[in-house]
Design a protein around this ligand. Sequence first.
Ligand SMILES: [Zn+2]
Length: 319
Amino acid sequence: MIIRPPQKTDQLLQLEVMQERYLDVPPNISESFGRELAGYLGEKSLPYFIDLITTTSHYDLYGLRLERNNHHFQIDCLILFPSFFLITEIKHLKGKLFINEAHQLIQSKESEEKVYQHPLSQAKLQKEQLKKVLEDLGFESIPIYTLVIFTHDQANITFEHPDMIPVQQLPFRLGELTQEFSDPRLERNQLLQLGKRLVSMHRERPLTFLQPTGEVLRNIRRGVFCPKCKPLVMKWTHGTWKCSKCGYKDKNAHILALIDFVFMFGYTINNRQARWFLLLDSIYTASRILRTLKVESYGGNKNKTYNLRFLLNSYKGRA
Ligand SMILES: [Zn+2]
């Protein structure tokens, strides 16, 4: 049973917005986007292969990010079996993959080489940290095992290691591990309780927002996108947003645009910023639109600031 499904991180949602909103996407943004997306795709491909083995009950948690002593660590997928816990480090990398003499993982593709930390030592570090978290919660004696899973179908793995395997081998390896650890130490309801407890301890990585410098602001696509013709924008006429190309109308279309604004510039907006971003001329229209959001606001008439965090949370709830 999946207690925490694979899901897009706030960073990935933010980078998706930036891919759409930048006129000219800066290389570091494209690169981070590729990395975050790969992480998400890797996690998403795992449940199918885990479901192929149904011998024992287990509880699965994806993308869990925990804190201990002001240090954060993230586990791509944690599986709680009654007899042991499994940490999997997921690598969604394509191309030729090998381990060099200094025990680093090397990815070679399109005549370019990238160096990564040895994924098994990465997973072992997570194991040490998880052990301490579990001790704090009163779970001391349960064995923790680590696996590295390669999920990309274009991964050419040049080494053989029982604990660093392509995802297709995962069902067999899980079968072996459940045989190896056959002493149940926890009841199903204890596992479920622990799983829920760990989910409640998840801490999302905080977002970093753009600094609104002239250079950045000039490079941003403003306006309320028509969902059908984007990046074409709609115009506010007679109390609704209307696309001049396809005729689509939606009086709440600014909400998605404001969520884009939040992902780029932060959680608050004032009238001037709203006019700038939504391409509105009138102070009154902007003020009316902001008021209808029914979100928390502070400050007097002229510099009233609206807190859009609630919009973001309800958006993420749907995503
Ligand atoms: Zn349209």
